[in-house]
Design a protein around this ligand. Sequence first.
Ligand SMILES: Cc1cn([C@H]2C[C@H](O)[C@@H](COP(=O)(O)OP(=O)(O)OP(=O)(O)O)O2)c(=O)[nH]c1=O
Length: 206
Amino acid sequence: MAKSDFIYLASQSPRRRQLLEQLGVRHELLLPNVDGDLEEDAEGLEAVRPGEAPARYVARVTGLKLDAALARLKRRGLPSVPVLCSDTTVALGRRIYGKPDDEAHARAMLTELAGRTHRVLTAVAVQQGRRRVTALSESRVTFAPMTPAQIKAYVATGEPMGKAGAYGVQGRAAAHIAQLSGSYSGIMGLPVFETAELLRSLGWRL
Ligand SMILES: Cc1cn([C@H]2C[C@H](O)[C@@H](COP(=O)(O)OP(=O)(O)OP(=O)(O)O)O2)c(=O)[nH]c1=O
């Protein structure tokens, strides 16, 4: 396959765009539902199967996002350049925490995460021609105990919405994170080292 000098990033997340920029990889967005495209919405895509382990879940959803993105590419008659997708989920033991539905849900999630250590799993998948390569980044984050007033104040900043586990490590939640290990960029939504490794394995010079 002819080497492309850019990739498609199939993600609505501004963090992922920013982290890909950090790697200096030229990219264009490949988003659903422009031009009146009819597509299964992402909510249906992200349903958890009963008993599904978090690592398996995040890898499966990432694969589904990539399948949907490739179908989009084909439907729109776009050039067959590499496509990158990712998914982030927070796991407390085997319990999976996605994005909160509303403020009450965000408060409930943070009440459970406060004073404990959870995992943040981010899967990445890249399709280049017939090749699909995948990676999984796993980090551990420990929240200090938080009072109900602190949780309420944090949720009132609006920061938890649209974020797995109802917090952003890159934002004010940092004031409550006592410890973390793993990949900071992975917690934010795109592990830059693992992503660079995937692209290198496909022949990109990074
Ligand atoms: C834990 C954590 C998550 N997040 C964000 C990253 C992801 O954008 C979001 C998890 O949702 P995802 O479903 O992984 O992604 P998304 O819907 O935002 O974007 P996409 O179009 O690629 O599917 O949570 C942070 O920004 N900071 C954090 O500390």
